[in-house]
Design a protein around this ligand. Sequence first.
Ligand code: MN
Ligand code: MN
Length: 307
Amino acid sequence: MLSKEELEKLYKAGEIVHKTLEKALDIVRPGARVLDICTELENYIISQGARPAFPVNIGINHVAAHYTARIEDDLVIPEKSVVKVDVGAHIDGYIVDAAITLCFNPVYEPLVQAALEALKVVKEILKAGLSLGRIGSYIEKAIRGRGFKPIENLTGHLIKRYELHAGKSIPNVDNGDERKVLEGEIYAIEPFATDGKGSVIDTPQVTIYRLIATPKKALKKHRELILKIQEVSQGLPFSPRWLANKVNLSKDELVKVLDELARENVLYAYPVLVEEGKGMVSQFEDTFIVKNDGCEELAHTLDLFRR
Ligand code: MN
Ligand code: MN
């Protein structure tokens, strides 16, 4: 069970994520620079006394996940786009992960609503004892019932201290997984809806990494860099942006070294994920504490969309 101190850290992280998403609703609009958005939201998290649990993800249109601004990035939010903003913050390793979709094209409003409604359903039904597959079936039904497809190879996830994906996954479809969610567990649950194929594929592009090992050889060769990575990320996903002014490498050199470390399995490289059928993608996410008689939301994502 979670102690009072642990709960306080989670509640505080949740409040900060909520306020960060509220800020995103203000600043994310066509013409805005993605680099400015990521920087402003991450700095806001820090200003509130937390740390980003991963780089702010901005997923435009068919980009589903794992895109954050690069060190120099001219990308701007396009007109008539559908934009996912996925934010994580932690206090002392206690992580809250949540996401919203902003819709700048009325044509896609039903697609956005489908993922939102699925998250509402999750909030209503989630409680200890439910199987992972059963939760997925509720998400799947909510999305298919609105004429769209859930993305079957993106999932919610059990969260532990300093561990974003701690084993069990909550599918967006009924995958038959009979393992149960247990009282006191913390899950990020993130329905994704699409008008495409219903799955994502890797692209060659990488904008996010995570430190997974410190082999001696790599440690010797890139000791200063790896220690910096540990300092800025604490084992959680990070952006090269967070290192740019902290290491004695040019931007190009830094990205080259990070890719080299990924090939040596010192770093994990997250490929940018796109919808396989080039479909439009919507996503809503919150982090929940599972209880015997229900659940408790931490970021209160849905409260941002009460109309
Ligand atoms: Mn997320
Ligand atoms: Mn998540």
